[in-house]
Design a protein around this ligand. Structure first.
Ligand code: SD4
Length: 330
């Protein structure tokens, strides 16, 4: 016979099991993210987009070796590409918009979730450093256009002409036909996005670009937008994107990659899932999107829609340019 005591025990057990089942079904993925135990010293990792990331990673590595944080490292790293006039998709030497203006987008984010960005910024060589000042010296996250430039000047940055002769000639050539088309991947060069993990286990990221060449004046892509071109969650991981910004913004791409890692995916699986979300909803034949991701364990992932996405990985003093797998394969 069921006495009152055993009835209560059985009811309590059943309630607990039902509750457990409900909470398991509430989880979006079977393996959910768990905070890391302890605070062991980490092996630093630097990960950046494209092969021009090699020089950038080496500079970031020097910063880490001289005691800098991951935030210092990503800023110093991407500045190398911003200042290189031979790279026509970032900073100085970037191809202009339809009006012949070089307009720059950049952002930066640390492990605590602090972040800053600038967009549609003209005549300032290092937008990533202005983005860092926005983060550290203002109560805001994103400054645009003239206001961003005024702020940069007030912080001691100087105005410089960023339109090189080569970029001006390319614009004059373009003006003859004025055809606007997004190209899958211009000369294999694009935005530089960089994420890094320092020896204290702290993540940071930065992203900087001159955006689409010959874009409409005023166009802003994904690169200065937190959650689109870059996202860092110090407890989980960091991600950055390169390629057609409009496609990345539509899926909050970098946030999506980090959130998928939070729910238990590896960095590689998270990048692949984020690319799948784009190809399921958008007509991806004519554009490229690529993601990079790094988690707090130092594991990385890389994936793109089309072949040809190179990225640079630095770990244990070795700097390697690799090519990601892609949705459409070779
Ligand atoms: C952007 N993702 O502004 C950046 C860079 C780019 O083709 O234009 N890539 O969309």
């Amino acid at each position: 016979m069921l006495n009152r005591r055993s009835f209560l025990q059985k009811t309590a057990l059943l309630t607990a099991l039902l509750g457990l089942k409900k909470s398991l079904f509430a989880l979006p993925f079977a393996g959910s993210w768990r905070p890391k135990a302890g605070s062991s010293k980490e092996e630093p990792v630097v990960l950046s987009t494209w092969d021009f990331g090699l020089a950038a990673n080496k500079e970031a590595w020097r910063t880490l070796e001289s005691g800098g944080s991951s935030l210092d490292a990503v800023e110093s790293g991407v500045k190398v590409v911003e200042a290189d006039p031979s790279i026509n998709s970032v900073g100085y030497g970037g191809l202009p918009d339809r009006e012949g203006k070089v307009t720059l987008d950049a952002c930066i984010m640390d492990a605590a979730g602090n972040c800053g960005g600038v967009c549609f910024l003209e005549e300032i060589m290092h937008p990533v450093s202005v983005a860092r000042r926005v983060m550290e010296n203002t109560p805001h996250v994103l400054l645009a256009g003239e206001g961003a430039q005024d702020f940069a000047l007030s912080e001691g940055f100087r105005k410089q002409n960023l339109l090189t002769d080569e970029a001006r000639k390319a614009w004059e050539e373009w003006k003859k036909e004025r055809i606007f088309k997004t190209e899958i991947n211009r000369e294999r060069h694009d935005t530089i996005g960089m994420v890094a993990l320092d020896k204290n286990g702290k993540l940071a990221g930065a992203c900087t670009t001159s955006g689409l060449s010959f874009k409409l004046h005023g166009r802003v892509g994904d690169s200065p937008i937190i959650g689109a071109g870059l996202f860092v969650d110090g407890e989980v991981g960091a991600a950055t994107a390169t390629g057609l910004g409009e496609a990345v913004i539509k899926t909050a791409g970098s946030f999506l990659v980090v959130e998928l890692m939070r729910h238990g995916m590896s960095p590689q699986d998270a990048c692949e899932e984020a690319v799948k979300r784009i190809v399921q909803k958008q007509d991806f034949g004519g554009f490229q999107v690529c993601f990079l991701a790094l988690n707090t364990e130092g594991e990385h992932g890389a994936y793109s829609i089309h072949p040809g996405f190179t990225y640079t990985l630095s770990r244990g003093d070795v700097h390697k340019v690799l090519e990601s797998d892609s949705y459409t394969k070779k």
